[in-house]
Design a protein. Structure first.
Length: 102
């Protein structure tokens, strides 16, 4: 199962109106700093238990003639100094649990 994609979809839906601070989760929409293609996004997720994870959606294949994105690739990055690492499937469950408390 692609937990990077699932987590991205969950976070993207939660951040429709901007950054989110809910329970133990703080999500920053960093897409404005990043995109070179429409639809390209990046979120940084902080969890009170000591985790920091970046989730991004980047072009995988782009049509050379039209510069349109054909397929997307999802990334889960968590190598930040001072933060603990966590399995993507477990982190997805933690974030989903916090966001469902809204």
């Amino acid at each position: 199962m692609d937990y990077a994609k699932l987590l991205h979809q969950l976070v993207e839906h939660a951040c429709i109106d901007g950054d989110v601070l809910e329970g133990k989760v703080h999500i920053l929409d960093m897409s404005d700093e990043y995109p070179s293609y429409e639809g390209e996004t990046k979120y940084r997720i902080y969890h009170k238990d000591g985790y920091c994870v970046d989730i991004s959606k980047e072009p995988d294949k782009v049509n050379d003639l039209t510069d349109q994105v054909k397929t997307w690739e999802y990334h889960y990055t968590q190598e930040w100094p001072g933060f603990d690492t966590i399995d993507p499937s477990f982190f997805y469950k933690l974030v989903k649990q916090e966001l469902s408390r809204k």
